[in-house]
Write a protein that binds this ligand. Structure first.
Ligand SMILES: Nc1nc2c(ncn2[C@@H]2O[C@H](COP(=O)(O)OP(=O)(O)OP(=O)(O)O)[C@@H](O)[C@H]2O)c(=O)[nH]1
Ligand SMILES: C=C(OP(=O)(O)O)C(=O)O
Length: 237
């Protein structure tokens, strides 16, 4: 089965706010865009993916992700992430009613195409299925086979909500790159350890340069002060 992925992306200026202690305001939008670019590029290279629809009203992100080959779905209804995903899935299904659709977060910079294929191929056995994130609290992917509504319930603790909604929890081995979303500095380090795509690697280098602590220039070495010739006499004894 070949899936249409629906990838939600917040306006870059507001994205990844939980990374504010790792990346300054001036660098965070670029980092969020790099995550999305690496996520979308890997998704488009996945043999189980037919196409990718990015739900975003961000003009720069729309241009950059469109250039990679994604379809851009603008005109979010408001109401946050789940409303945006339902809007994207409806746009996909209005063109192809029988499309298998899967929501995929845009913050998976280590995503590997063959690991994504393993998850999607497994999801194809169920009406609805989801993959928990690396922290085992949230969700990185929610899939709905043809004839089934997506019914997204992303957000804090979404793993429990997706499970309660009747979606099948997937647990395939060796799909860390599909589970490693990046919300915090620790997540970013974990993603870098897995190996990120080229745009995130470049953005992380920029971040590292910014974070490098100021080191004083070495001072010229002065000769040790000579003991004064007329040092006071030591104790006589
Ligand atoms: N289109 C759209 N995407 C959203 C919205 N809220 C979150 N997202 C996207 O949903 C995915 C998961 O969201 P989060 O991991 O919370 O990302 P985030 O909102 O940028 O991060 P924080 O600001 O730290 O909460 C990311 O790809 C976000 O860009 C929304 O209101 N609209
Ligand atoms: C939106 C989600 O991601 P995060 O936990 O990264 O906000 C989620 O897990 O449902």
């Amino acid at each position: 089965m070949q899936w249409t992925l629906v990838v939600p992306l917040k306006p870059l200026a507001r994205a990844k706010s939980r990374l504010s202690d790792t990346a300054a305001d001036g660098l965070r939008p670029g980092l969020a865009l790099a995550f999305a670019q690496d996520t979308v590029a890997a998704a488009l290279a996945c043999p189980s993916v037919k196409d990718v629809a990015v739900v975003t009203d961000d003009v720069l992100a729309g241009r950059e992700l469109g250039a990679l080959g994604a379809h851009i779905v603008p005109g979010e209804p408001g109401g946050g992430l789940n409303a945006a995903l339902s809007h994207g899935a409806a746009a996909v299904r209005s063109a192809r009613t029988d499309a298998p659709v899967a929501a995929l977060n845009a913050d998976l910079p280590a995503l590997r195409p063959l690991e994504l294929a393993r998850v999607l191929d497994r999801a194809a056995h169920f009406p609805r299925a989801f993959l928990p994130d690396a922290a085992a609290l949230g969700t990185t992917l929610l899939a709905a086979a043809p004839g089934h509504a997506l019914r997204p319930a992303f957000g804090e603790d979404s793993r429990a909500r997706h499970r309660a909604s009747g979606a099948r929890e997937l647990d395939p081995d060796g799909v860390d790159s599909v589970r490693q979303d990046v919300d915090t500095g620790d997540d970013l380090r974990a993603a870098l350890a897995l190996g990120v795509g080229p745009r995130t690697a470049a953005a992380a280098r920029l971040l590292a340069a910014e974070l490098r602590p100021w080191t004083p220039r070495p001072q010229p070495v002065r000769p040790a002060r000579l003991r004064p010739r007329t040092s006071p006499p030591g104790p006589v004894g």
